[in-house]
Design a protein around this ligand. Structure first.
Ligand code: FES
Ligand SMILES: [Fe+2]
Length: 311
């Protein structure tokens, strides 16, 4: 650690647990991970699923498969519409429909389908949270009329990555609930990682993230699951305090999951407010570093899934 050069504000002194001095494989607590996962999976979700990054869902119809359902998504005057991707007449896919006056024109026999629906063919409930779009597949639950989101920073620069992983959503959450793999599995990204606090709902770590060469940014971060298919890292101390990384795991069908990860980076440095103007230049950097970590973490989650399937 002494060879590292720290960038950013110093962190408050905290008691570093003695247990952090033993090797990570001895620190790692599989039972604690399993318990935290079980609690995450039991949280209310209101049947909401992340579809993807809102800005990528445009006027042209797109097909998405979520929780075993084929959906068609398109926008009319900016409003996102999501409906079953099967024409109510004879079942044609609507993903390649022409759009005329906001209606999908079925490619087989030209039935026009719009927001008012047609018999049993009805729109799904949709929510756009400013970065991501969500769909509700299932009955409305009064306690969760909207997706359960963690707090987000007021001003942020964002980057979103999406990738398909051959596992189930719980494997994605389990990966994020294991902090002890960070330094070994992603040595290019993290120089040190110490677990400061661990209970069944929130995990707190102190991490030195590599910036360039020996220069690191040291931060304290928490991980928690606001709902069963999401896990959120929040920087609570250090450079970028208030920034969040939301990892959402949307089931496509058993054994296939779409990971949608939104990084919302903020800073209390003067002038950050104006940094929004640089959004389009900074986005590729944010997304490149997230994607690199996900090459490893996808392999981790796929391995978990494989081991589970053999039990
Ligand atoms: S299948 Fe769509 S109009 Fe016939
Ligand atoms: Fe990881």
């Amino acid at each position: 650690m002494s060879k590292l050069i720290k960038f950013g504000p110093p962190l408050p002194q905290v008691e570093i647990p003695d247990s952090s001095l033993i090797p990570d494989w001895q620190q790692a607590r599989p039972r604690a991970i399993a318990r935290a996962l079980e609690r995450a999976l039991a949280r209310p979700h209101g049947h909401w699923y992340v579809v993807g990054e809102s800005r990528l869902l445009g006027e042209q119809p797109q097909r998405h498969r979520i929780a075993g359902e084929d959906l068609v998504c398109w926008r009319v005057d900016g409003e996102l519409l999501i409906a079953p991707d099967a024409c109510p007449h004879m079942g044609a896919s609507l993903a390649h429909s022409r759009v005329c006056e906001g209606k999908l024109i079925c490619p087989w026999h030209a039935l026009a389908l719009g927001k008012e629906g047609y018999g049993a063919w009805k729109r799904y409930a949709v929510h756009e949270d400013g970065v991501l779009s969500w769909v509700r597949i299932g009955p409305e639950v009064p306690e969760t009329p909207l997706p359960v989101l963690a707090p987000r920073p007021e001003i942020f620069l964002e980057g979103v990555v999406q990738l398909e992983v051959r596992c189930d959503p719980e494997d994605i959450i389990a990966n994020r609930l294991d902090p002890w793999h960070g330094v070994h599995f992603h040595p290019y990204a993290f120089a040190t990682l110490t677990v400061l606090d661990l209970d069944d709902d929130v995990l707190k770590v102190r991490v030195a993230k590599r910036l360039i060469g020996r220069v690191v940014a040291e931060t304290d971060a928490t991980f928690h699951s606001p709902e069963p298919r999401s896990i959120v890292m929040t920087i609570v101390e250090g450079e970028g305090k208030g920034s969040v990384v939301e990892t959402h795991a949307t089931p496509i069908e058993p054994g296939r999951t779409m990971v949608v990860e939104a990084t919302l980076a903020t800073s209390d440095r003067p002038g950050f407010r104006h940094a929004r103007k640089l959004q389009r230049f900074i986005r590729p950097f944010i997304e490149r570093s997230a994607r690199r970590l996900w090459v490893d973490d996808a392999a981790y989650a796929e391995r978990l899934s494989l081991l589970r399937s053999r039990r």
